[in-house]
Design a protein around this ligand. Structure first.
Ligand SMILES: [Fe+2]
Length: 236
């Protein structure tokens, strides 16, 4: 029954035709080199469950290349530590070069896994947006390394359908959820980078023109998601 109640954070952006994600073009990416470096790391390392709380029972994990304090297995923002490369970044020459070619000072850089049958509940991350044009904040970029059409990453009404080897921005300050219906571990390289003019110049103009409407509807999307969780109309 609860699944039939319309979800405002899906309905409202849909009615207004709001776009919450875009491809970031203009940066050359060699997927094979990224995959090779990822597989090389996996020979000796394994994912540790993500510190976020929007899921149950494991299956959503991270291995850090840049983290607070430089430990590959600390994936939360720790204000007492500085952002630092982990011992694993040294094994990733190509990725390090790619990070240097993406504008902005890098914050956390992580491989993130979503295992088969894992469901990440609807939630939002308030600071993960470029729309405030706040140069102290990060843009969260996703580079799918291994994925499948059966992995669903929803940003409100949008099924992102991101493909391997391309770079994307998603506004995760809007409610989002992930369901891995495939049989593979979904792997993204997730790059947090400080917002600056060079980075914003890589965004499609139409996406930047959407800032006004996104800011107008964001609070109602966030609050309705909170309310549905409180009323137990959604999991989480
Ligand atoms: Fe999130």
């Amino acid at each position: 029954m609860k699944n039939f109640i319309p979800r405002p954070w899906i309905l409202i952006p849909k009615i207004f035709g709001v776009n919450l994600h875009c491809e970031i073009k203009g940066i050359e990416i060699e997927l094979n080199k990224i995959k090779d470096e990822y597989l090389n790391i996996l020979k000796n390392e394994n994912f540790k469950d993500h510190s976020g709380g929007a899921f149950l029972g494991g299956g959503w994990g991270a291995i850090g290349l840049k983290t607070y304090g430089g430990d590959p297995y600390i994936d939360y923002v720790d204000d007492k530590s500085k952002i630092a490369p982990t011992r694993l970044l040294g094994q990733c020459k190509y990725i390090n070069d790619l990070l240097n070619r993406i504008p902005g000072e890098k914050d956390r850089v992580r491989f993130m896994e979503v295992k088969p049958s894992t469901k990440v509940f609807w939630h939002y991350d308030n600071n993960e947006t470029i729309d405030d044009l706040d140069y102290n904040k990060n843009a969260r970029l996703h580079l799918p390394v291994i994925t499948s059409d059966e992995v669903k990453l929803f940003l409100c009404h949008q099924d992102t359908k991101w493909t391997e080897g391309k770079l994307y921005y998603g506004d995760f300050s809007f409610p989002h959820s992930i369901i891995n219906n495939s049989k593979i571990n979904r792997i993204h390289l997730i790059i947090d980078t400080k917002i600056n003019d060079d980075l914003l110049n890589l965004f499609p103009k139409e996406f930047l023109q959407g800032i006004y409407i996104r800011k107008k509807i964001k609070k109602i999307c966030q609050r309705s998601c909170n309310l549905f969780r409180k009323l137990k109309l959604i999991d989480g």
